[in-house]
Design a protein around this ligand. Structure first.
Ligand code: NAD
Ligand code: GLY
Length: 353
């Protein structure tokens, strides 16, 4: 498949290419940022495609626990030591962790330089690389430090997924399911009908393209998340708390989002927005990719308090993104606390499955 999808907002315009990685030309210095694992698989291939006067490589440690200000400092040091200037280009080669960090560093280096995304996980190809949300975590929570900084282009090569472990593949599927549940019932039905796999690159590329189309539509309508873009956080309000409670160690981001979507669905059922049947079909779809759908915890009040770290919560009102049937979504910032606590107790129950 070779397809180009456009991001076009009031302030930016850039292409998202889906297909074999083409040549990338820059008349200025280039700094590729990656991690040891991804660089081991794909750095040579990428270097062969870049035409630029000087190309440097910066390798940061692999893992969500390194998505922090220390790694930001390290990438900045690489950029300064190679004397990148304001016309230089950074390239993010990796999953969402690398993409978010490189987006952030390129956004603050000398008040902002260009960057390109070459996403190598399914999650990054269908979601993280598109739309310009960048940043890092700190002790208070996930992605709390960051800025909107849009890439100049995104190059999605599905063939780069062939080395992806199954668990990481599932984590990416969770974000695909998110897009379908929020925005496209036909897409959701097609996911129920045909299981995505790395062995069927054609169907997978189509699902990637569909997800990117949905995301691009949302970003084009609402680049800075003043409205509809918040829908892409379906599952994340709960998921971010789970990641924080488990010190980012027990679950991959997509796995936490999978549990978070199931928790949001329970709340949506409680509020009459979703039927039990719809709730079950989402859960079964996630389970079919071995994604977790349940997280046991005792302290519902403690869980509730962590919601206030969420960037969507303002003036102490918690914003829940809830599916309204399949293919539509509702924003609720007035759910009574006792209802939320009741749902949290039900979801956190050790016997729930
Ligand atoms: P990740 O970047 O940590 O990658 C997961 C693992 O896969 C890593 O060990 C990585 O080295 C490895 N890997 C990457 N590509 C590979 C390949 N082709 N073959 C084999 N291994 C490979 O995790 P992720 O799931 O890609 O991204 C999660 C991050 O993305 C989170 O920090 C999350 O907050 C962020 N995110 C951002 C946005 C956004 O809009 N900016 C959206 C969703 C998620
Ligand atoms: N991943 C959520 C967003 O890009 O808005």
């Amino acid at each position: 498949m070779n397809k180009t999808i456009q991001i076009q907002t009031k302030s930016t315009q850039y292409p998202i290419y889906i297909g074999t990685l083409p040549q990338i030309e820059s008349p200025h210095k280039v700094l590729i940022v990656s991690n040891p694992k991804v660089a081991g698989f794909y750095l040579r291939q990428v270097l062969e495609r870049i035409i630029a006067p000087e190309v440097y490589v910066c390798i940061v440690p692999d893992g969500e626990q390194y998505k922090n200000m220390q790694s930001v400092e390290y990438i900045l040091e690489c950029a300064f030591s190679h004397r990148l200037d304001r016309k230089s280009l950074m390239i993010a080669l990796g999953g969402g962790v690398i993409g978010d960090m490189v987006g952030f560093v390129s956004g603050i280096y000398q008040r902002g330089i260009d960057f390109i995304q070459i996403p190598t996980t399914l999650l990054a190809q269908v979601d993280a690389s598109v739309g310009g949300k960048t940043g890092v975590n700190n002790a208070f929570g996930k992605n709390l430090i960051g800025l909107f900084h849009q890439p100049k282009a995104v190059y999605i090569d599905p063939a780069m997924l062939t080395t992806l472990p199954n668990r990481e593949f599932g984590a990416g599927v969770a974000e695909i399911v998110k897009m379908a549940v929020c925005f496209d019932k036909t897409f959701f039905d097609s996911l129920l009908a045909r299981k995505l796999s790395l062995q069927d690159m054609e169907s997978l590329s189509e699902a990637i393209a569909k997800s990117v189309e949905i995301k691009a539509r949302v970003v084009n309508a609402d680049e800075k998340e003043q409205g509809i873009r918040a829908a892409l956080n379906y599952g994340h309000t709960f998921g971010h708390v789970i990641e924080n409670l488990t010190q980012y160690e027990q679950f991959l981001h997509g796995e936490a989002v999978s549990i978070g979507m199931c928790m949001a669905n329970t709340l949506a059922c409680e509020l009459g927005l979703l039927s039990q049947e719809q709730c079950q079909s989402i859960k079964q779809l996630l389970s079919s990719y071995n994604l977790p759908t349940h997280f046991a915890f005792e302290n519902a009040q403690g869980f509730y308090e962590k919601f206030y770290l969420d960037k969507k919560s303002t003036d102490s009102r918690i914003m829940f993104i809830l599916p309204q049937g399949i293919g539509d979504v509702k924003f609720c910032n007035d759910v009574p606390k006792d209802v939320v606590l009741r749902v949290l107790k039900k979801c956190g129950d050790y016997d729930e499955n």
